[in-house]
Design a protein. Sequence first.
Length: 320
Amino acid sequence: MYIDPPTGYLKNNKLKYWIENELLLPSPINQIILPISGKTALIKRDDLIHPILSGNKFRKIIGFLYQYFEEGKSEIESGGSLHSNFVHALAYTCFKLKIKCKFYLYGHPKDESFLIKDISNWGISYEIVSRQNYREYTTLNYKDSPSILYIPEGGNAEQAEFGVEKLAEEIGEKYKFENLNIALPIGTGTMLKHLQQKMSMSTFYTVCPVKSQTLVLSESKNSISIKEPIHFAFGGYSKEMLEYIDQFYKINGIWLDPIYTGRLALALDHNFHLIDSKKETIILHTGGLQSWRFYLKRWPNAEYIINIEELKKMIKLNFN
């Protein structure tokens, strides 16, 4: 389904082969049981698209790849934090497709970054900059460059619409949009914006761990912000959340990540009595499981709460 880009048949055989043979598309939809409420729901397993290039990152990236090959670019530039799931996924994509790329990364260089380790192993070019210099970098615009494709942080641009449209099509093949509640975590808001355009008859329930984004992501008649039962910082430690992720795994055999999807599922479960019960509820698993590596290092107490041996097996299988 992904080999027909918006402007015609994809002629790049390398990209075509990769999509058809290495990625799980369409991703499955599984039934789950929510640990707190005991209610059943569905989960769209975008975490299974690929161990490294998982979740909504592939959905955002694919439109940019089509643009890159169709316009005959020779390099990709982008940026983000030292622990960015989007940078990790895009870097791996460029590595697999042998695309020259460079990333501008901000954060605390003293912190161990598994992202840096991975992209270094993949031979990817990067530069660590201050937040001020990063802001200056983002003001530069390579869209008009004949050779460089500039991708905004998090893929927050119209090119992301194509992959999100395909996600909506996959869901629409099995369910009527007017009968659906869609639950998703929000970072930049790119996924929500494009899904609302394609699935306007659905109701969206959201959690935004990046609290600063709540100022610009206002509620609408079909978009409702779920109140989190506990308050903690973005990427922070929560015993209750970790215990919930552990219970979710024990019941459903599915790992949630501790940054986005774990917080979403916990909040949704706590507030499930407020969800429209006449509609089927689908949680979008946005991947990001590689973030467990840094999370466990930053919060070692997590090892005493979760089913750590099973989690380490998953990490070792997919990321080591």
